[in-house]
Design a protein around this ligand. Structure first.
Ligand SMILES: Cc1ncc(COP(=O)(O)O)c(C=O)c1O
Length: 384
């Protein structure tokens, strides 16, 4: 089968793990610091604004705690969002309020967000769909004007930017995922970036039981007689990354530009291979100044044929999917809105395999299979 998402892991990652095994320390240590520093450098940010976590979902839960989200407050999310993001809101007793999205890019516009703001809105939790920055600068401006916070779910956007500013750094807090299905991976892992280094320092404590001394045992040995005693500032969990994950992450960050270049080529090859397929809409060009991460390659087709096209692709050994199923349709969140553009996009969009391990032959095979499946089903559809 050809996978939709797939990591590229090899000898370099294995030897980095072996090196960690050969030290006496596999928990959070020097490699975690190296990973955080490397990612902070990529963001053009400083390492005291960045902390790593064991997942992006955990980083999102931490973000909601840091912002002291409370029962009765509302948080605006595009309905095309990851389930973990809405859970992080609902778990605090707050209400996720879902907004519509631009039908072609699946990112919300400023007007989509503005339309659902109320006096109870505490903030916006925004997804960069597929790694496209979307209207991030304008949305950040809107949030500033309205005095509400902005958190960016940049799980798809490891290397996205607008006019040189990294996605994930426009808001008060940004979170990234390094789980196995992202571009650079640490198998599991996340990063939280806070604009305010004091918030990042609080995040670091929250991520480790709320312990006051987070500088590590070596520091504690030097500065305390009874270094095993501790103080806590909050009743919190253990959300940290370890050196094995971080060692993989460091190697992967070193390969990220190579992955992105290959993904850009794959995107261009899909665009060339699918240009003449009738009724198929390809991803729109990015606006000037926007850089994407090529995380998702999403095509759109008439809703009547989408599911059958996905089935035929599957039968030919090609996985496709739709990310992210609409959250306003998930009963547990209690939403009753209708979001016509998000609903149309969810019915017409199909995410094709997109990862750097795809060969040119794979891309051609997927393009041909898609062209054939669309053609078959358009015929069937007009015949009925
Ligand atoms: C957009 C988005 N946000 C957050 C997450 C959560 O990431 P993690 O698996 O690191 O918790 C994912 C995972 O698929 C995601 O796609």
């Amino acid at each position: 089968m050809i996978n939709v998402f797939q990591p590229s892991l090899g000898e370099d990652e294995l030897s980095a793990v072996r090196e960690v095994f050969e030290t006496s320390w596999v928990g959070r240590g020097a490699k975690v610091a190296e990973f955080e520093n490397a990612f902070a450098a990529r963001l053009g940010s400083s390492s005291d604004q960045v902390i790593s976590t064991n997942s992006c979902t955990e980083a999102t839960f931490l973000a909601m705690e840091l912002l002291e989200l409370a029962p009765g407050q509302e948080v605006v999310l595009p309905s095309v969002s990851f389930v973990g993001a809405a859970n992080a809101v609902a778990a605090r007793g707050a209400r996720p309020v879902f907004c519509d999205v631009d039908e072609r890019t699946l990112n919300p516009t400023v007007a989509d967000i503005e339309a659902v703001l109320t006096p109870a809105t505490a903030g916006v939790l925004l997804l960069h769909y597929g790694g496209r920055p979307g209207w991030i600068a304008e949305i950040a401006e809107l949030c500033r004007e309205r005095g509400i916070w902005l958190v960016e779910d940049a799980a798809n956007a490891q290397a996205s930017s607008v006019d040189g500013k990294a996605c994930g750094t426009f808001g008060d807090i940004g979170v990234w995922s390094f789980d196995w299905g992202k571009i650079a991976v640490s198998i599991d892992g996340g990063i939280l970036h806070a604009r305010d280094p004091q918030v990042a320092a609080r995040a670091e404590k929250l991520a480790y039981f709320g312990l006051e001394q987070t500088s590590g045992y070596a520091e504690a040995f030097r500065s305390h007689t009874r270094w095993w005693e501790f103080e806590i500032s909050s009743f919190s969990r253990r959300s940290i990354m370890n050196d094995v994950q971080a060692a993989i992450g460091v190697v992967q960050l070193g390969r990220l530009d190579e992955f992105l270049a290959r993904r850009a080529d794959i995107g261009a090859a899909y665009a060339a291979g699918l240009a003449d397929v009738p009724e198929l809409l390809l991803p729109p060009e990015l606006p000037a100044g926007h850089v994407g991460s090529h995380y998702i390659y999403a095509v759109q087709m008439p809703a009547e044929i989408r599911d059958q096209v996905a089935r035929e692709m599957f039968d030919r050994g090609i996985y496709t999917t739709f990310r992210y199923p609409l959250l306003h349709k998930v009963k547990a969140y209690g939403s009753t809105v209708r979001l016509p553009r998000a609903e149309r996009a969810a019915a017409t969009t199909l995410c094709l395999p997109m990862h750097q391990a795809l060969s040119d032959g794979d891309v051609e095979f997927v393009s041909n299979a898609l062209a054939k499946a669309v053609d078959n089903n358009l015929d069937n559809n007009t015949a009925h």
